[in-house]
Design a protein around this ligand. Structure first.
Ligand code: GRF
Length: 209
């Protein structure tokens, strides 16, 4: 059979629950791809632990340890070696170097725990997002999946789901409610991309450059 499996790599900075959801979906036959490697800027990231526990190559690569150029080169070397079809950001808190964006244009996606363009941009990550949403007394928040370009949270939106948070009494409750949905929708959307049901093209009319 001439079957080429779809290869993704996952970049994460934190606990890695979205990586876990992706791996669970693969195990359950809902997601038809292979995670070829996991990368983190944080040596303590749970995502690295999850990957190692499953013998998935796991790399800690931090700009702090390198000059900018050699960081970019090391990252490019990894990408050249594993040659993923799609780069999946799952709680990765660093900007993706321009060189990588150029080479993987329209092949990098990110999940954001709010309804972009609201509550996005530099500094809007993790609990900061949910605190801002809570303080603004929003009744609805949600999940956004978008293409990644040179700026934080500004690539073309490919999926959004609104979530009623009117009963949430703290940023933590909002975070919990939204994370549960992230775990459902991220594997689903990746599968739709694999099947060609979602086409990744940065349509100039829709991107926010
Ligand atoms: C998620 O809320 C994701 O939307 C955001 O960072 C969080 C990562 O969580 N970008 P985890 O590391 O996948 O558990």
């Amino acid at each position: 059979m001439n079957f080429k499996s779809f290869k993704i790599c996952v970049f994460a900075s934190g606990r890695g629950s979205n990586l876990q959801a992706i791996l669970n979906a693969i195990d359950n036959g809902k997601l038809d791809c292979e995670v070829t490697f996991v990368l983190s800027n944080n040596s303590d990231s749970g995502a690295l632990e999850i990957a190692r526990s499953r013998n998935i190559p796991a790399f800690h690569l931090s700009e702090k340890k390198f000059h900018k150029n050699s960081f970019e080169e090391s990252l490019m070397d990894l990408l050249d070696k594993f040659n993923p079809d799609l780069i999946v950001l799952a709680g990765y808190m660093k900007l993706i170097p321009e060189k990588v964006i150029k080479k993987f244009r329209n092949r990098i996606i990110n999940i954001h725990p709010a309804l972009l363009p609201k509550y996005g941009g530099k500094g809007m990550y993790g609990m900061n997002v949910h605190k801002a949403v809570f303080n603004a007394k929003e009744k609805i928040s949600g999940v956004t999946i978008h293409l990644v370009n040179e700026k934080y949270d500004e690539g073309k939106i490919i999926f959004q789901k609104e979530i009623d948070i009117s009963n949430c009494k703290s940023p933590e409750e909002i975070s919990e409610k939204i994370l549960e949905i992230e775990h459902q929708v991220y594997p689903d959307i990746i599968q739709k991309i694999i099947e060609g049901k979602i086409l990744l093209t940065e349509d100039a009319g829709q991107s926010k450059n």
